[in-house]
Write a protein that binds this ligand. Structure first.
Ligand SMILES: CC(C)(COP(=O)(O)OP(=O)(O)OC[C@H]1O[C@@H](n2cnc3c(N)ncnc32)[C@H](O)[C@@H]1OP(=O)(O)O)[C@@H](O)C(=O)NCCC(=O)NCCS
Length: 190
């Protein structure tokens, strides 16, 4: 993930011709599994509200080495161009993604999946959701920054066809380099 004094950004992907690039349609299941007790428990993606901030912050602290504060998540609610989307599975908060859409550019600010829900397609669903929504606005590009050592996140972005376009040496507080990654819908038409 990117790291600014203010919001962290997640930006882009390494070219990998062998990677299977996902279409931007991997949304939530139409027929989600029932909860363990058999009761209906719809899996959904929905926007974060003020009442979700504490739970989202707790997930962030469980997932990130340098977590955003709860106040930071609350501030995102006040930004007209910001959207934080939550993925709920079996009634539990499984993951979130925070993105900004500014002047035709989608900026992935933060994404995390709770450790108990990793490798179950949560981040794929969230990223697809955000890219699909941005597509309805005719966005030109999506950007993010990611630690060069974050192989899991880089692999995730590569699945969507993000490509690494730049590096930012000494970008994070611990000195780690950031990859800047970019996705252009025009590269994936036809
Ligand atoms: C990166 C992260 C968001 C992925 O979330 P996730 O819900 O587990 O990801 P998904 O299940 O949707 O996985 C999608 C794809 O990403 C890649 N991927 C995810 N985790 C991976 C891992 N540990 N190692 C290698 N590839 C991985 C794979 O290609 C995977 O597809 P596959 O399971 O079919 O192989 C999660 O590991 C996380 O929260 N990490 C800590 C926070 C973070 O680093 N955020 C990103 C900052 S830029």
């Amino acid at each position: 993930m990117p790291y600014h004094n203010a919001p962290r950004n997640c930006r882009d992907f390494l070219p990998n011709k062998s990677a299977r690039v996902l279409p931007v349609t991997a949304a939530i299941d139409d027929n989600p599994p029932a909860a363990a007790d058999g009761s209906p428990c719809p899996d959904i993606i929905r926007p974060m509200t003020k009442g979700d901030v504490a739970a989202v912050h707790a997930l962030e602290c469980s997932a990130q080495p340098d977590p955003w504060s709860a106040a930071h998540f609350a501030e995102e609610l006040d930004r007209s161009y910001s959207q934080t989307d939550l993925c709920w599975l079996h009634g539990q908060l499984a993951g979130f993604i925070c993105s900004w859409l500014v002047a035709g550019e989608l900026q992935i600010q933060n994404v995390a999946t709770a450790p108990a829900f990793r490798r179950q397609g949560v981040a794929i669903r969230l990223l697809a959701h955000v890219l699909q929504r941005a597509a309805t606005t005719g966005f030109e590009s999506a950007w993010l920054e990611v630690r060069v050592g974050n192989a899991a996140a880089i692999a995730l972005y590569e699945r969507f066809g993000f490509k690494a376009v730049a590096r930012r040496p000494n970008y994070y507080p611990d000195g780690e380099e950031a990859l800047v990654m970019c996705y252009r819908p025009s590269d994936h038409k036809g």
